[in-house]
Ligand binder design. Structure first.
Ligand code: PY5
Length: 304
């Protein structure tokens, strides 16, 4: 999990620079106050790199930036081309992760200052994020703030201190991952994933009007469950007890893909193995991200 990340080139403020030269001044507001936004995108190597839902991620990137007043000096098209350019330049031959990031740089000091915005796209070789055989989770003592405390819809850098605290707490207690409740005590999401439970063959996930990031993998899974598996999918609040007693539970996220949850707060979920529906969705997801299912090929950008 704590691998050293490296590649040859980074797309930095509109052009390719060598990895070693993609540097930022220590006065950057992004460092001091977390004034920044980012994305996480996966590219799968299957004869060429296939980027999953690139446009959707870059649209969310621009929306997150708009919400926090970050003026990104590039269009959607330029950003998409930047991603493709850096992926091509690095000539990857394995699965990759792509991290677009934008933040306020250096210049002035203080939260009032609106220093120039810096934009980068970092791409690197990457494997699994969480154990695909299933994770043991702890309900965090840190709660996801409500929508009037921080913009929960935006993928903002500052929010990730919360997730860092939650996951470090979980790890220190011997768990693989944290699950955060919202300010009212309902299940919100993982430290970098949305969450689903299966109950009576039905898929249930917290609603987007709640305190969650509107995940792109979440959207993928909901569509696939309805359109391919013919399942009923319900967006509603989930009580902590419902999670403990679910038939199956899993996380969704770009990095986590679909990760089975096999234990929460020392309660075994289902029979402690990967559930039937979870495993069907995992299998379908791996085909979809590689463009193997015609209906969803529109989500895949091939980089040649
Ligand atoms: N919720 C949170 C808090 C997230 O950070 C993420 C993505 C998701 C949900 C899932 O969103 P999506 O399906 O659109 O990816 N997390 C990042 C990722 O690349 C990693 C952050 C460390 O998966």
């Amino acid at each position: 999990m704590n691998r050293i990340i490296q590649a040859n080139y980074v797309w930095f403020n509109g052009k390719l620079v060598e990895w070693e030269n993609a540097k930022v001044h220590v006065l950057a507001q992004g460092i001091h106050y977390g004034i920044g936004v980012f994305e996480g995108i996966r590219g799968y190597y299957d004869e060429c790199i296939k980027i999953f839902r690139l446009e959707d991620h870059m649209r969310r990137f621009l929306k997150s930036a708009k919400i926090i007043h970050l003026e990104i000096p590039y269009t959607l098209e330029e950003l998409i081309n930047g991603v493709i350019e850096v992926v091509k330049a690095n000539n990857f031959k394995t699965d990759i992760y792509i991290r677009p990031v934008a933040f306020r740089g250096s210049g002035s000091i203080g939260v009032r200052a609106r220093n120039p915005v810096e934009v980068a796209v970092i791409a690197f070789e990457y494997g699994k994020y969480l154990k695909p055989t299933g994770v043991k989770c702890k309900i965090s003592s840190w709660r996801k703030p409500s929508a009037d405390s921080l913009p929960v819809y935006a993928k903002i850098a500052a929010m990730y201190l919360l997730y860092h605290l939650a996951v470090v707490e979980a790890n220190n207690c011997g768990f693989d991952e944290a699950i955060l409740l919202d300010s009212e005590g309902y299940v919100a999401e993982g430290s970098g994933e949305n969450i689903f439970i299966v109950k009576d063959e039905m898929l249930i996930t917290p609603p987007t009007y709640g305190a969650i990031l509107e995940g792109i993998t979440r959207d993928t899974v909901m569509k696939v469950a309805i359109e391919v598996l013919g399942m009923k999918v319900v967006e509603r609040r989930i009580k902590r007890e419902e999670l403990y007693t679910a038939d199956e539970a899993f996380f969704t996220g770009t990095a986590a893909e679909i990760t089975p949850i096999i234990e929460v707060d020392n309660r075994t979920i289902g029979n402690g193995q990967i559930g039937k529906i979870t495993s069907q969705l995992m299998e379908l997801y791996q085909k979809i991200v590689k463009g193997k299912i015609e209906k969803y090929r529109k989500w895949v950008t091939e980089v040649k």
